[in-house]
Design a protein around this ligand. Structure first.
Ligand SMILES: [Zn+2]
Length: 193
C-alpha cells in the first residue's frame, strides 16, 4: 500500500515537473519584449537566449557518476551522444521522447533516449540562473539514466530510477558545483591535465 502510494506520488511528481517546465517556457515565450536577434540561436519558445556551458569536463562528470554508482566504465559500451537544446531541432527531441514514452512533449526537455543512446539537454542559461541548478548536474542526472540502461539494464519505468538520478544529481551539485568548493575528483582531474 505504502509502496503504491509512493509510486503514484512519483508519477505525479514527474508529470508535474514536465508540466512546470512546459509552463515556464510558455510564460517566457509570452514576454512582450521578445528579442529576435538575427544570428543568435533561438531556443524552443522563440526566445533568443544564451547557452549555458559545462563548468567541468564531460569526462570528469561521467567518471564521477560512474564511481558514485559503483559502475566500472567499459570501452565496448558506446558513450551517449550529447544533444544540446541550443543546437538541436525540437522535433528531433520530440521523436526520441515519443519512441520512449509514447508522447511528444511540447517543449524541449532534458532526457536520456535509450534507443538512440542520446542525452538531450536543456542548455538555456537563463533557466539555470533562476534555479539552484546547473548544466553540469543536469548532465549528471541524465548520465545516471544512461548507466541504468546500458550498464545495469534496469527497467526504465522503475520508480527508483528517477529517485536514484535525482539523488546523484544533488550529490554532484553539492560536491562539484558549490561555490568555492573543489571536490577531490576535480582536483585530481585538474592535476592530470
Ligand atoms: Zn530523470
Amino acid at each position: 500500500m505504502k509502496h503504491r502510494l509512493v509510486a503514484v506520488m512519483l508519477r505525479k511528481h514527474r508529470l508535474l515537473a514536465a508540466v512546470t517546465a512546459a509552463l515556464f517556457v510558455a510564460t517566457a515565450g509570452a514576454v512582450p519584449a521578445r528579442l529576435d536577434v538575427p544570428g543568435v540561436k533561438s531556443f524552443g519558445a522563440g526566445l533568443a537566449a544564451r547557452a549555458a556551458t559545462l563548468k567541468h569536463d564531460p569526462k570528469l562528470i561521467l567518471e564521477a557518476v560512474a564511481r558514485r554508482m559503483g559502475v566500472t566504465l567499459r570501452p565496448e559500451i558506446p558513450l551517449p551522444a550529447i544533444r544540446l537544446e541550443s543546437r538541436t531541432q525540437l522535433l528531433r527531441m520530440q521523436v526520441a521522447a515519443d519512441q520512449q514514452w509514447g508522447f511528444r512533449p511540447p517543449v524541449f526537455l532534458s532526457i536520456y533516449a535509450a534507443a538512440s543512446n542520446e542525452i538531450y539537454l536543456i542548455d538555456e542559461a537563463a533557466l539555470y540562473e533562476k534555479y539552484p541548478r546547473t548544466l553540469d548536474d543536469s548532465f549528471a542526472h541524465e548520465l545516471v539514466h544512461y548507466f541504468q540502461a546500458k550498464y545495469r539494464k534496469d527497467r526504465s519505468d522503475s520508480e527508483w530510477s528517477e529517485i536514484e538520478a535525482m539523488a546523484i544529481q544533488t550529490w554532484f551539485r553539492n560536491e562539484f558545483m558549490a561555490p568555492g568548493r573543489v571536490a577531490p575528483e576535480a582536483r585530481h582531474a585538474a592535476t592530470q591535465r
